[in-house]
Write a protein that binds this ligand. Structure first.
Ligand code: NAP
Length: 285
């Protein structure tokens, strides 16, 4: 069994982004800029936003944070997005989800210029991913693919099972595995015989949001297990969707939580922002 080290792979990705950013500044005078918008006081969101800001600093990007109060109206938020769409030194716009209940996240995402949608949540970018002709890949699923590549784990022809069908993780994850010729099954809360379906997987991706949901009986001997979950266990400690301690010895590869998929999500966000800066300045790779 090998533990997939997301911190190590993400450091490599960020180092590459940092080098390319330096080159972009020197050759073209362009510094990629990311605007992060956070509304309200959700503590988990606050941590994610701080991590994104730190990553921007580490790779040499300009970052702007817009922390809006809980009672911000839809009009105020849309107006900020419009301003950021028009700001030439901002190449990527990220609105941290979830938004407070009175705000319509779908409308906010649709208001972002697709060329600045570095989360790849806008319908235009989602459609492009479906067609396999994308500029940006959604950060978490793309981070998972990067980890598989980094450890030379083949996808082609493998049975891949994704548990979860959210627009942010499950669905695009399945699509990316399909693009690489995996035979993909998507499971969700109405799936019958879930354990049996999962136990057929060569590559099992858990994106459920339930602590230690994937138990050892659901895992095939020698499987690759990717844990997207960021959950809290009974003691309030961060854990994943996989019962890591009991599952790990049955796997060929497994990602830990923390230190697995999480850091990769941010590394991909940096890659996407760099790409956005290049595209918006007509600079090819
Ligand atoms: P979500 O929108 O709540 O989706 C959860 C999915 O799990 C749904 O499709 C749901 O099925 C399915 N599900 C729930 N209970 C199930 C059950 N008993 N059996 C089978 N399927 C079940 O969550 P999400 O946004 O995709 O996030 C999933 C997890 O990933 C969360 O822990 C989140 O914190 C984490 N996450 C981590 C990162 C990262 O960077 N590491 C990024 C994003 C999310 P239905 O569709 O039928 O309801």
């Amino acid at each position: 069994m090998q533990i997939i080290d997301g911190k190590k792979v993400s450091a490599q990705v960020k180092e590459e982004v940092k080098n390319q950013t330096l080159e972009l500044k020197e050759k073209h005078g362009v510094t990629p800029g990311l605007a992060v918008v956070i509304v309200g006081n959700d503590s988990a969101s606050r941590v994610y936003v701080n991590n994104k800001k730190k990553a921007c600093e580490a790779v040499g990007f300009k970052s702007e944070e817009y922390a809006l109060p809980e009672q911000t109206t839809q009009e105020e938020l849309l107006s900020l997005v419009k301003t950021l769409n028009e700001k030439p030194d901002i190449n990527g716009i990220l609105v941290q989800l979830p938004l407070p209940k009175h705000l319509d996240d779908k409308a906010v995402i649709e208001a972002i210029n697709p060329e600045k949608d570095v989360d790849a949540f806008h319908a235009v970018n989602v459609g492009k991913i479906m067609l396999g002709e994308y500029d940006f890949l959604p950060c978490t699923p793309a981070g998972v693919m990067e980890m598989l590549h980094s450890y030379d784990i083949p996808v082609s022809g493998k049975n891949c099972v994704v548990i979860g069908r959210s627009n942010i993780v499950g669905k695009p994850m399945a699509m990316l595995l399909l693009h690489e010729n995996g035979t993909v099954t998507i499971c969700h809360s109405r799936t019958k015989n879930l354990a049996e379906v999962c136990s057929q997987a060569d590559i099992l991706v858990a994106a459920v949001g339930k602590p230690k949901f994937v138990t050892v009986d659901m895992v095939k001997e020698g499987a690759v297990v990717i844990d997207v979950g960021m959950d809290r266990d009974e003691n309030g400690k961060l854990c994943g969707d996989v019962d890591f301690e009991n599952v790990k010895d049955k796997c060929s590869f497994i990602t830990p939580v923390p230190g697995g998929v999480g850091p990769m999500t941010i590394a991909t966000l940096m890659k996407n922002t760099l790409k956005a800066a290049k595209l918006q300045n007509n600079i090819s790779d």
